[in-house]
Design a protein around this ligand. Structure first.
Ligand SMILES: C[S@@+](CC[C@H](N)C(=O)[O-])C[C@H]1O[C@@H](n2cnc3c(N)ncnc32)[C@H](O)[C@@H]1O
Length: 373
């Protein structure tokens, strides 16, 4: 876990750009919320920039390390830590500024957008500010045979793995592209205002055209985000910007397409609500050549008949044997029994499933962690 956070910390471009935006945005005495604080870095920058109080919210246990760092840096009186998922947390007051960086390379994720909307509505004062205040999602057609081959090859053992290859093509991949991989200037497919995140509309539903700046082979599309941290500070993981810890998102196409300079490349890109997140669809069309490629993350993972059956609103669920164990464990969370007593009760109740107390204990511990207070 610590490696992940140290890798984030080593990304000077990301950290220093945020630091600059924070020091420009925090006014003396401000109350600030850092959503997804990790090691506490941005909360500490806010405190150093003159904030009166900083609420640092983090759902993972890395927060314990952040607390230690705040103490040795003498920031513990200003920075107050809240361990938990933001939706389950209540702050004692509203704040002047919300800072957040809990993104993946393309920003658009249902939980991220829900979390920002939720804290903005509950905790931001009238006239308060948000970092980032908006984000642009950009795409461009790209050519990079090495990246493409790395994704679709390496499975040659005398067995035809075509179905698995088709599936991998219908996935989004994280890769670093360079300026020279772009076949045309990018287009903005969506601008999201952090103050006004709308969850009831499709985050991305775009069709448009690119004019190729040179001839080459299109292997797919690359996507990235331009985070508008303040009116004049942008942080981007674009292939045209300094490299950051975020890679680009690569949307490959099944059959790479040959284009000439000046050719039109039409693209349709769309996100559709699916499960708790979004299904992504991307089509690449060469109208002059009558060629068309269409991929979707819906085709990117195996879906069983059972999955579709259970998704029906007419499905009548009954508890599985695992569900029965979970139900009994939850019933035993009565504020009196210890973890060991619960585990012993479960072993006695389901002797055919649990041979040793350790097996029961580990199941009980997981549920304690998730569902107890
Ligand atoms: C990409 S890390 C960034 C950490 C830190 N902001 C930084 O830039 O170094 C995102 C952090 O946000 C936390 N996180 C994501 N969603 C959260 C939520 N809704 N509530 C609390 N923490 C959240 C994750 O656990 C993770 O530690």
């Amino acid at each position: 876990m610590i490696k992940y956070y140290l890798d984030l910390l080593k990304d000077r471009e990301r950290i220093e750009t945020y630091q600059k935006a924070i020091s420009q945005s925090v006014k003396s005495g401000d109350t600030v919320l850092d959503l997804g604080t990790g090691l506490g870095t941005f909360a500490f920058f806010a405190a150093q920039s003159g904030a009166g109080k900083v609420y640092a919210v983090e759902k993972k246990s890395i927060i314990e390390m952040a607390k230690e760092i705040s103490t040795i840096n003498n920031l513990h009186e200003k920075v107050l830590f809240y361990n938990g998922y933001s939706k389950e947390i209540d702050l004692p007051e509203k704040v002047d500024l919300i800072i957040t960086e809990m993104f993946w390379s393309l920003f658009v994720s249902r939980v991220t957008m829900e979390s920002i909307k939720d804290v903005r509505e509950r905790f931001l004062k009238e006239g308060g500010r948000l970092i980032p205040n908006s984000v642009k999602i950009c795409i461009a057609p790209v050519s990079n045979e090495k990246i493409y081959d790395e994704i679709i090859s390496g499975y040659d053992y005398g067995i035809d793995f075509t179905p698995a290859k088709k599936m991998v093509i219908n996935n989004m991949h994280q890769r670093h592209f360079k300026k020279e991989d772009l076949l045309s200037p990018p287009e903005v497919v969506k601008e999201i205002d952090s103050m006004n995140i709308k969850l009831d509309e499709l985050p991305i539903d775009w069709c448009g055209s690119f004019k190729s700046s040179r001839g080459g082979i299109i292997h797919g599309l690359a996507g990235w985000m331009d985070l508008q941290l303040t009116d004049d500070i942008i942080l981007s993981n674009s292939p045209l910007s300094p490299s950051t810890v975020w890679e680009n998102i690569f949307f490959p196409i099944e059959s790479p397409l040959e284009i000439s300079e000046g050719d039109t490349v039409d693209v349709i890109i769309k996100t559709i609500p699916f499960e708790n997140d979004y299904e992504w669809k991307w089509d690449v069309i060469l109208p002059e050549k009558g060629m068309f490629e269409s991929q979707s993350t819906f085709k990117g993972f195996p879906l069983s008949r059972d999955f579709f059956k259970k998704k029906s609103i007419n499905y009548t669920p009954t508890l599985s044997s695992d569900g029965e164990v979970a139900k009994v464990i939850l019933d035993l969370f009565d504020g009196r029994k210890t973890a060991r007593e619960i585990a012993e009760g479960i072993k006695k109740r389901f002797p055919w499933r649990f041979k040793k107390i350790e097996d029961t204990l580990s199941r009980v511990e997981k549920m304690i962690y998730r569902y107890s207070k």
